[in-house]
Design a protein around this ligand. Structure first.
Ligand code: ADP
Length: 411
């Protein structure tokens, strides 16, 4: 260590539960009379006992700082062998965060000294001419408390940084785990699906109707597991920043048709009316169609899941912002979402009433989180309006090709 006060021992880290009863003070002044005045002032003070080391030169002060640790350093600005501020600067450079309290005593040239003291980061400065016993004691006590609070704050920040690093590492481990497990399960699952299909199709011998029903359940369960593992994989791609979208001008009605056709069997099974409200031609929008299909399918799937038999689910799109954007929405007449949950349902793994019958229909609380991240990659945001017992509307906006072209021209 090349530092001048390399051996300086910083005061022990204070703890909030312990209020110090004594403080070690280094007092540097080359005026013997002033030193003894200070000694007198600090002999007995309310609350703190001062253990005072007095020195009359910078040289001796440096030596004292190497030999011992202090809670507060009080230095005169002008000394016969230099400037008291130098000592404070050296100390700050050497001990950094562990800097004890520091006070600069100023003479007549108080203005400059005060500015230098502030620049050097001293805790306080006192004009010698107007200094009293109480102002000196108060200034020292404040300087010590300030430095202790700063140290406690810094140590807390360091602790939190360490915790944050650990959490980030754990999170990465979990993401890697999700990824590996999802991959490992997918291959045998596909094999199971193939074999069950072979049996179901009668290719391995005759199958009774009862057996067919059981095999159909098995295939459905395989599909469900596949969806859930795909969600886990998607989530880990988002978490590790590996998810991207490539936006291109695409037709919305093709996306809608795809989603409606795919969702019709489950809507029909619950006697739910699934409609596309706006059938007029919409302009091309900037999107990755496959991803918007994924988002809308998730919203429509949820709408059907959380709407009782005989209800309604409506998909809509309307031009807004003078044709710059399209608002897409999925509205249902289902159970609705409590107001306090609306802010959280886009969080990873969040479910309103985990364990309820509806939640058990499948799903891990990842769908909306993935959907909202996909829309963010499109430059938008999914939101929800919901009334308990009446239904919900999930909506988001996409930029039209027109806005994209205007942006390009402006750039
Ligand atoms: P899951 O796969 O569990 O459905 P999601 O992320 O898609 O996960 O949804 C999170 C939670 O938000 C659901 O478990 C449900 O509680 C609530 N939710 C989502 N969509 C609706 C809806 N249309 N109506 C009522 N609740 C909903």
């Amino acid at each position: 260590m090349s530092k001048k006060l390399a051996k300086f021992r910083s005061p022990a880290m204070p703890s909030l539960s312990k209020v110090p009863t004594s403080a070690k003070i280094l007092l540097l002044d080359d005026d013997e009379v002033f030193l003894s005045l200070c000694k007198n002032y600090l002999r007995k003070s309310e609350g703190l006992n001062f253990d005072l080391i007095m020195v009359s030169s910078l040289k001796r002060a440096r030596l004292a700082l190497v030999m011992d640790s202090f809670d507060c350093v009080v230095v005169d600005y002008t000394l016969h062998d230099g400037n008291g501020i130098d000592l404070i600067n050296e100390l700050a450079e050497d001990v950094g965060d562990a800097m004890p309290g520091s006070i600069v005593l100023t003479g007549d040239n108080g203005g400059n000294a005060a500015i230098d003291a502030v620049k050097a980061g001293a805790s306080d400065y006192l004009q010698k001419a107007s200094m009293t016993k109480s102002s000196l004691c108060r200034s020292i006590t404040n300087a010590i408390q300030k430095s202790q609070l700063r140290m406690m704050h810094l140590s807390r920040v360091k602790e939190l940084e360490t915790i944050n690093d650990t959490l980030q590492r754990r999170n990465e481990e979990i993401q890697r785990f999700y990824h590996t497990v999802s991959h490992e399960v997918k291959t045998p699952l596909t094999a199971i699906q193939e074999f069950v299909s072979i049996v179901n199709d009668g290719l391995a011998g005759e199958v009774s109707d009862e057996q067919k029903t059981i095999l159909a359940y098995a295939l459905e369960s395989c599909d469900q597991i596949k969806i859930q593992f795909n969600e886990l994989l998607e989530m880990s791609r988002f978490e590790t920043g590996k998810m991207h979208v490539s936006l291109e001008a695409s037709k919305l009605h093709e996306v809608f048709n795809h989603c409606i056709v795919a969702a019709t069997p489950s809507a029909t099974a619950k006697n739910i009316t699934l409609t596309l409200a706006n059938k007029v031609d919409l302009p091309s929008v900037m999107m990755q169609s496959s991803r918007i299909i994924q988002v809308l399918s998730n919203l429509i799937g949820n709408a059907i899941k959380f709407t009782p038999d005989g209800g309604r689910v409506t998909v809509d799109a309307e031009l807004v912002d003078a044709g710059d954007r399209v608002r897409l929405s999925v509205t249902d007449s289902g159970c609705g979402i409590p107001a306090e949950d609306c802010d959280h349902i886009f969080e990873r793994l969040y479910q309103v009433t985990p364990g309820s019958d509806l939640e058990n229909e499948g799903g891990m609380g990842l769908g909306l989180s993935i959907a909202s991240q996909i829309i963010e990659l499109h430059g938008g945001r999914i939101d929800v309006k919901s009334t308990l017992g009446e239904g919900s509307e999930f909506y988001f906006h996409l930029n039209t090709l027109r806005l994209h072209q205007l942006d390009d021209e402006a750039a």
